[in-house]
Design a protein. Structure first.
Ligand code: KIV
Ligand code: ZN
Length: 513
C-alpha cells in the first residue's frame, strides 16, 4: 500500500547506544512486549555480534514477541551476519539489517578501504545474508555525507542482490530537511530498480532536526519506513522520536495522508517504561510524552480549554495514553490484586517465587506509602528483576543524619555477594556522605558524572526516582533506584550503577569497524 508508513523501532539497538542506557535481557524483553502492544511493525532488537548479552536478548525477544518483525543489525561481514541469523532463529518473522559506511571520510579513515572494495563487500554480504532470510535491509552508513554517484552504484547493486529495504542514514545528524528529502528522491529516480525496495529514513538529532528530516524523507523522498526510538533515545542527541512522527502523521492526517498501525494509547506507557528502565528522564516540555505536554498554566489558556478544548490542544491527552494518576493499590490489597495489576501493566515475572518476592516488597512499600501508583509498581519490579539477576552489591539499610551547621553522616549496610557489610562516611551533603560510606568499602573508583532525581507520582509522599551515571575506565553506566526516602533511592541507584560496572558487559559499537 503506497500510503502505509512502516514504523521500525530501534530503541533496543540504536537507543541502547546512548551512554549509560544499556539494558538487561529481561528489561529488553519487557520493552519489546510493550512495543508489540504499541503495534510497531519492526523491532530492531539489537546487534547480535556486539556481545553475548545482545545475542541472548535478541534470541529471547525473537522467542517472546510474535507480531512484529524482529531484526538484528549486522556489519557487512560473514561473522556478523551468521550471528544475527542465529540469534533471530526463533522469530516468527525476521529481518537482517546489514550496513557498511559509504562516505569518503568513513571509507578512508575508519574502514581504510577503497570505494570498490566497499561495493564488493556490500554485494558479498547481501549474497551471504540471503541464505538466512528474504527480508534484508541495507544501510549505507553516513549516507547523507556520501557521494551520490557512488551511492547509486552501491544501492543498485544491493537491490540486485535482493535487498528489500534501503535505509538512508543521517548517521551524524548533519542533514537538513529539504536536502535530505531531495537526495532520497533523486536516488530513487536514478536507480532503475529502486521500486523493488522499500525506502527508509534513519536520522540522528544532532541539529534537533531528526523528526523534520524523517518527515521530509517521507514526503519529499517517498520513503515509507521511519526508523525511530521511544523518547528519541539514542547516541549523542538521540534518534528520531517515534511518538513525534506518529502523532504528526496522525494529527495532520489530511496533509500526510499516511496510515500507520500504531496504537497511540500505548505511547505514554512505552515512554514511561523506557525512561524508568534506562534512567533517561523525559524533559517536562518534551512533545507528546513530557509531563507538561498537556498542562496549561496561564489563565487565558485554562479559560480557553474549559470553554473548548481545541482552543489550545491539538491532540487529546488520552489518545496518547495519558490517564489521570490512579491510586491502583494500597496496604490492604491482596496478592491476587497485585498479580492482576502486574498483568495489566504487561509485566510477566518468570516464577511464582519472583511474584512472591515482588509482593513482599510491595507490602513493605505500602506500609510506608499509603497510595501505590503504576509507576511505583514498575520501579519495584525493576528492583526485583535486578535482584533475581544475581546482583553483586545489594542495598540493605541506611541511617543518615544531617542538620544545618553539622557535617552530614551516613551509615550504609549493603551486601557484597550475599555477605552484609556496614560502612560509615561523612560528606558535603547526605548523598555525598552515603557515597563516601559505600566507597570506603567498595573502592570502585567510579566517578559520578550525572545525578538526577524525579518524583515518580504526584505529591510529597511520592517515591523519588534517582539516576546516577557512573564512569569508570571509559565505560559509562546508569544506575536507577526508587524509594520514598531520596537518600535511600540514591544509595540504591549508586549500587545499581556499581553492579552494571561490575558485570563488565563489553559490547562493540556498530559504528566501529
Ligand atoms: O546511524 C546509523 O548510521 C546507524 C546505522 C547502523 C544504520 O545506526
Ligand atoms: Zn543510527
Amino acid at each position: 500500500m503506497d500510503n502505509r508508513l512502516i514504523i521500525f523501532d530501534t530503541t533496543l539497538r540504536d537507543g541502547e547506544q546512548s551512554p549509560g542506557a544499556s539494558m538487561t535481557r529481561e528489561e529488553k524483553v519487557r520493552i519489546a512486549k510493550q512495543l508489540e502492544k504499541l503495534r510497531v511493525d519492526v523491532i530492531e532488537a539489537g546487534f547480535a555480534a556486539a556481545s553475548q548479552g545482545d545475542f541472548e536478548s535478541i534470541r529471547a525477544i525473537a522467542g517472546a514477541v510474535r507480531e512484529p518483525v524482529i531484526c538484528s543489525l549486522a556489519r557487512a561481514n560473514e561473522r556478523d551476519l551468521a550471528r544475527a541469523a542465529e540469534a533471530l532463529q526463533p522469530a516468527a518473522r525476521k529481518r537482517i539489517h546489514t550496513f557498511i559506511a559509504t562516505s569518503p571520510l568513513h571509507m578512508k579513515m575508519k574502514l581504510r578501504m577503497e570505494p570498490e572494495q566497499v561495493l564488493e563487500q556490500a554485494k558479498l554480504a547481501m549474497r551471504f545474508a540471503r541464505q538466512f532470510t528474504d527480508d534484508i535491509e541495507f544501510s549505507p552508513e553516513d549516507g547523507s555525507r556520501s557521494e551520490e554517484d557512488f551511492l547509486c552504484r552501491v544501492l543498485e547493486a544491493v537491490i540486485a542482490e535482493g535487498a528489500t529495504t534501503i535505509n538512508f542514514p543521517d548517521t551524524v545528524g548533519y542533514a537538513v530537511p529539504e536536502l535530505y528529502g531531495q537526495t532520497i528522491r533523486r536516488l530513487r529516480e536514478r536507480i532503475p530498480s529502486s521500486d523493488k525496495a522499500i525506502w527508509s529514513v534513519h536520522c540522528h538529532n544532532d541539529l534537533g532536526l531528526a523528526v523534520a528530516n524523517s518527515l521530509a524523507g517521507v514526503m519529499i523522498g517517498g520513503a515509507r519506513q521511519v526508523e525511530c526510538t521511544i523518547n528519541g533515545l539514542g547516541e549523542r542527541a538521540g534518534n528520531t522520536a517515534l511518538e513525534e512522527v506518529v502523532m504528526a502523521v496522525r494529527t495532520r492526517g489530511a496533509y500526510y495522508n499516511l496510515e500507520c498501525g500504531i496504537d497511540t494509547t500505548q505511547i505514554v506507557p512505552a515512554s514511561k517504561m523506557v525512561s524508568q528502565i534506562t534512567g533517561f528522564a523525559v524533559q517536562p516540555n518534551k512533545a507528546v510524552v513530557g509531563a507538561n505536554a498537556f498542562a496549561h498554566a496561564s489563565g487565558i489558556h485554562q479559560d480557553g480549554i474549559l470553554k473548548a478544548r481545541e482552543t489550545y490542544e491539538i491532540m487529546r491527552a488520552e489518545d496518547v495514553g495519558w490517564t489521570a494518576n490512579k491510586i491502583v493499590l494500597g496496604k490492604l490489597s491482596g496478592r491476587n490484586a497485585f498479580k492482576q495489576r502486574l498483568q495489566e501493566l504487561g509485566i510477566e515475572l518468570d516464577s511464582e517465587a519472583e511474584v512472591n518476592a515482588a509482593f513482599a516488597r510491595f507490602k513493605e512499600l505500602a506500609d510506608r506509602k499509603s497510595e501505590i501508583f503504576d509507576e511505583d509498581i514498575m520501579a519495584l519490579v525493576s528492583d526485583e528483576e535486578a535482584a533475581a539477576g544475581g546482583e553483586h552489591y545489594r542495598f540493605v539499610s541506611l541511617a543518615q543524619r544531617s542538620e544545618t551547621g553539622e557535617l552530614p553522616f551516613a551509615r550504609v549496610v549493603f551486601s557484597i555477594d550475599g555477605v552484609e557489610h556496614a560502612a560509615e562516611g561523612t560528606g558535603d551533603g547526605p548523598v555525598d556522605a552515603m557515597v563516601n560510606a559505600i566507597e570506603s568499602r567498595a573502592q570502585s573508583g567510579a566517578e559520578l558524572v550525572l545525578f538526577t532525581i524525579n518524583g515518580i507520582s504526584p505529591g510529597t509522599q511520592s517515591q523519588g526516582e534517582v539516576t546516577m551515571r557512573l564512569a569508570h575506565s571509559g565505560r559509562i553506566v546508569n544506575g536507577v533506584g526508587a524509594d520514598p526516602d531520596i537518600v535511600v533511592a540514591s544509595a540504591k541507584a549508586y549500587l545499581a550503577g556499581l553492579n552494571k560496572l561490575h558485570s563488565k558487559i563489553e559490547r562493540l559499537n556498530p559504528q566501529l569497524p
